[in-house]
Design a protein around this ligand. Structure first.
Ligand SMILES: C[S@@+](CC[C@H](N)C(=O)[O-])C[C@H]1O[C@@H](n2cnc3c(N)ncnc32)[C@H](O)[C@@H]1O
Length: 310
């Protein structure tokens, strides 16, 4: 009896396979951080995907027995997760951001920005209900998750979704169509601001590549499935952030705001601009390294931002 048959002879229920997957994943010391933070959650997501069942369901379903073919399919998915170290979202081609579903594949980073929480709160307390943004720029849009979530939480807003990668824009287009927001969200190919010359916005939201070289060199294998240009950005991770800080003021309307994620590179931002009063945000659901600056602050400290350009 081979190992596969031995497993499928001994395990029968949905719960069995969720438990077995979690054990396999723990033993393989997989990395989590692409939409889940533990082995059981990854195993559960793969089992539900394999069975074409929704993630939310009556718990009595867990005791249901599986067909041989279903068991084998689940084990094949577990094998991919372990041997290829591929994040679950790239197997299922779906992930959630700001409580909305997004199609993803290896052309785009798997959405996980803490900015999602801020978007759900409509940027409160930084934006009041009376001053909802009419024009929003999602710089470095990837899957389009930030742009589409902004369009969803600010129903009257127009959103430009820019990225340098045509591959990423093709995925963003899929999501724009899936969410029915083609009238509201416009994908644009652009090297930082080059594709939106002369345009200005009430809000610029950006999760640019910002991982520094030290972190790039030690990233777990799961990250190597993500597009390289979505992660690394020079020795201190700030090559694009430097440009964003110099150019954003020109693209913001009066009273406009810039929200920018820099993750672990927060330490480099603070070292590079010690006297700039960034507002660093906190999040209930976790995450760090997101700052806010007003247009006025971007103008006031423009000389500092220019001086830091390479
Ligand atoms: C960290 S990913 C963020 C994707 C998405 N906004 C999210 O939160 O999941 C950064 C994105 O920036 C894009 N990018 C890299 N260099 C760029 C540049 N010079 N101009 C515009 N976009 C760029 C990458 O293609 C990638 O899609």
């Amino acid at each position: 009896m081979n190992k596969l048959t031995s497993v499928t002879n001994q395990l029968h229920s949905i719960a069995d396979y969720c438990r077995y997957g979690a054990t396999l994943f723990n033993q393989a010391e997989l990395f989590y951080g692409h939409g889940s933070d533990n082995a059981f959650s990854d195993a559960y997501t793969l089992v539900m995907y394999a069975l074409s069942l929704p993630a939310e369901h009556d718990s009595s379903l867990m005791a249901c027995r599986l067909l041989e073919s279903e068991k084998e399919y689940i084990l094949a998915l577990f094998k991919r997760r372990v041997e290829e170290r591929i994040p679950v979202a790239y197997i299922t081609n779906i992930t959630y951001f700001s409580q909305l579903p997004f199609y993803v594949d290896e052309r785009v980073l798997i959405p996980r920005s803490p900015l999602g929480e801020l978007i759900e709160k409509q940027f409160s307390p930084y934006i009041s209900e009376q001053k909802t943004p009419k024009r929003i720029l999602d710089l470095c849009t990837g899957s389009g998750c930030i742009a589409i979530a902004c369009a969803s939480y600010f129903a009257g807003a127009e959103v430009d979704a820019v990225d340098l990668s045509v591959d990423a824009l093709n995925v963003a287009q899929i999501n724009i169509e899936n969410h029915g927001v083609s009238e509201q969200v416009i994908p644009i190919q652009s090297d930082v601001f080059s594709g939106v010359e002369g345009q200005s916005y009430d809000l610029i939201v950006t999760n640019p590549p910002y991982v520094d070289q030290q972190d790039i060199d030690t990233l777990p294998a799961e990250y190597h499935h993500e597009p390289e240009m979505g992660l690394g950005c020079g020795a201190d991770g700030l090559d694009i952030v430097r440009k964003i800080l110099v150019q954003s003021a020109t693209h913001l309307n009066d009273n406009g705001l810039l929200f920018c994620e820099v993750g672990n590179s927060e330490v480099h931002v603070k070292a590079l601009y010690p006297d700039v009063p960034f507002t660093w945000l906190t999040f209930e659901r976790g995450g760090h390294g997101v700052f806010m600056l007003t247009k006025e602050q971007l103008i006031e400290f423009a000389a500092r931002f220019y001086a830091a350009l390479k």
